[in-house]
Design a protein around this ligand. Structure first.
Ligand code: FEO
Length: 172
């Protein structure tokens, strides 16, 4: 059994994970439009990862005898000034997600809900990784500035990211 307030907060986070997937798919479309297929591929892989995060919440809410109530997902932006601006936006978004996970953790502690705390620990670690991977690409983009050759080199590097849909299937 789970406290009502905790259940609602987990549902809200499920929405945020879905919004993250929506945002990164929008970024994939932006990069596709620029002809940066490696960047688009990387963002599609990130979309799959966010869907996996959403499904972790979905599964956990039911496991605790709660009820998943899907919320309205906001429309993401579709244009950015540059690849660097898009990654700056994404990096800030991940920082926001981290702060939301931390607030969920505080709520779980308030309710002495150890099962939720334990569940959220995975996300605490994951957010360290998420922020770091966005920051690493952002740093490279800052160095590249207006060098098309370096941009295409990075595009090729990003095209190598594995797109693991099995990861998603483990959560359903
Ligand atoms: Fe689900 Fe990128 O945080």
């Amino acid at each position: 059994m789970i406290a009502k307030e905790m259940e609602e907060a987990l549902n809200e986070q499920l929405k945020w994970e879905l919004y993250s997937a929506y945002l990164y798919l929008s970024m994939a479309a932006y990069f596709e439009d620029l002809g940066l297929e490696g960047f688009a591929h990387w963002m599609k892989a990130q979309t799959a990862e966010e869907l996996m995060h959403a499904m972790k919440f979905y599964k956990f809410i039911f496991e605790r005898d709660g009820r998943v109530i899907l919320q309205e997902v906001p429309k993401p932006p579709s244009e950015w000034e540059s690849p660097e601006a898009a990654f700056e936006y994404a990096y800030k978004h991940e920082q926001e997600v981290t702060s939301r996970i931390n607030k969920l953790m505080s709520l779980a502690k308030k309710f002495e809900d150890y099962a939720t705390e334990n569940f959220l620990n995975w996300f605490v670690d994951e957010q360290v990784e998420e922020e770091a991977s966005f920051k690493a690409i952002l740093n490279k983009l800052k160095l590249i500035k207006n060098n098309p050759q370096a941009l295409f080199y990075l595009d090729n590097e990003l095209s190598q990211r594995p797109l693991d849909l099995n990861l998603l299937m483990t959560q359903v």
